[in-house]
Every structure is written in structure tokens, then in C-alpha cells.
Design a protein around this ligand. Structure first.
Ligand SMILES: [Zn+2]
Length: 185
């Protein structure tokens, strides 16, 4: 699977903006504290809220209905997230259902600013914007910041890091290798 971003698509951008608004509107504030405690199975320091996978969460007839959008297609973590959501609400004596929403697709833009900070703290460089991402992965510009020492004197070692959605980089200042979370749209 290629994680390279494609050139801007206006229709998609429009959908994305509309999605962001819908995201805010459809999450019942009473459910947020519980959802924020559920971590992303692949990056435990990130909550599923910070990852931006929760599309809507509401209470209908006393049942919590959650809709999530998978990060990367075929990501096995999604089953885990669904089970974790159901388990988290069960602890609060609430019944929950989880549905997947596949379109529009998740993008790394949906990671919250708090999520990006958590990624860096965890040692993963947060995704750059589309253009910058391309330049970095093609090796045209040294712009990926080392999460250890913040130097941009870094280079890509491998197109694929610990997972297909990350690239492996190495810092030429502190000599530490690190994962860069590629931009995905
Ligand atoms: Zn460094």
C-alpha cells in the first residue's frame, strides 16, 4: 500500500471540512470523557479521540451509538477499538454499539494538535502537510524533525518503518533512528 499523498482534490477537501464540522456536532459531550480514556491500540499514548477516528457518538434510546472511521484500510486495530469502546461503556453500565464509516476516508489531518504532541513525545515524528511530506519522502528537503532533539538534520532510512504508514528516519545529530508518521489523505 502506498502512503504517498496525491495531489489536492477539491471535492475531497470540501468533504473533509464538512466532516470536521460534523465530527464536532455529533459527539455527545457526556460521552467524551469515556472516549478519551480509550487508547489507540497501535499508539497507546494516543486516545481514539486524539487520533480522530471517532466520527459520532450519541445516546439513542439509552444505547450509546459510536461510529468510527478506520485509520488505514484493513487495519486490524479497528476490531480492537470496537471491542474497547463496548467494554469501556459496559464499565459505566451502558450498552454500546460500534459501526464503521468508511467514507470519507480518515486522513492524518484528523489527528488533533494534542495527539500530534503525544506522538512526538512517544518518539514518532508527526505527519507534515501534503507538500512537505512529499519533499521529505523523496529526500528533496530535510524537514522531518527528530522527536528526540528537534534537529531537522535527518534522513530517511526506509520507506517503511514499524508499520506501512510510517517511514524510518535517522537523526544525523543525535544519531537516533525514529519513525515518521506519513501524511495520508
Ligand atoms: Zn536527533
Amino acid at each position: 500500500m502506498s502512503c504517498f499523498c496525491e495531489d489536492g482534490n477539491l471535492i475531497f477537501d470540501y468533504l473533509h471540512k464538512r466532516m470536521t464540522i460534523e465530527l464536532k456536532q455529533h459527539i455527545d459531550p457526556r460521552l467524551v470523557p469515556i472516549l478519551e480514556k480509550i487508547s489507540d491500540p497501535e499508539i497507546p499514548v494516543l486516545s481514539i479521540m486524539d487520533m480522530g477516528v471517532v466520527r459520532s457518538a450519541r445516546i439513542v434510546d439509552n444505547v450509546v451509538q459510536v461510529k468510527i472511521t478506520p485509520t488505514y484500510s484493513g487495519c486490524p486495530a479497528m476490531d480492537v477499538i470496537g471491542d474497547d469502546i463496548i467494554a469501556a461503556f459496559k464499565k459505566e453500565n451502558r450498552q454500546a454499539t460500534v459501526n464503521l464509516v468508511l467514507s470519507p476516508a480518515w486522513t492524518t489531518d484528523w489527528i488533533t494538535p494534542r495527539g500530534r504532541k503525544a506522538l512526538e513525545k512517544y518518539g514518532i515524528a508527526a505527519p507534515l502537510d501534503e507538500e512537505a511530506d512529499k519533499e521529505a519522502l523523496l529526500g528533496n528537503k530535510k524537514i522531518v524533525k527528530c522527536p528526540q532533539c528537534t534537529s531537522t538534520n535527518t534522513k530517511m532510512i526506509s520507506q517503511f518503518g514499524s508499520t506501512a504508514c510510517k517511514a524510518l528516519f535517522k537523526c544525523d545529530d543525535c544519531l537516533e533512528p525514529f519513525d515518521y508518521f506519513k501524511c495520508l489523505k
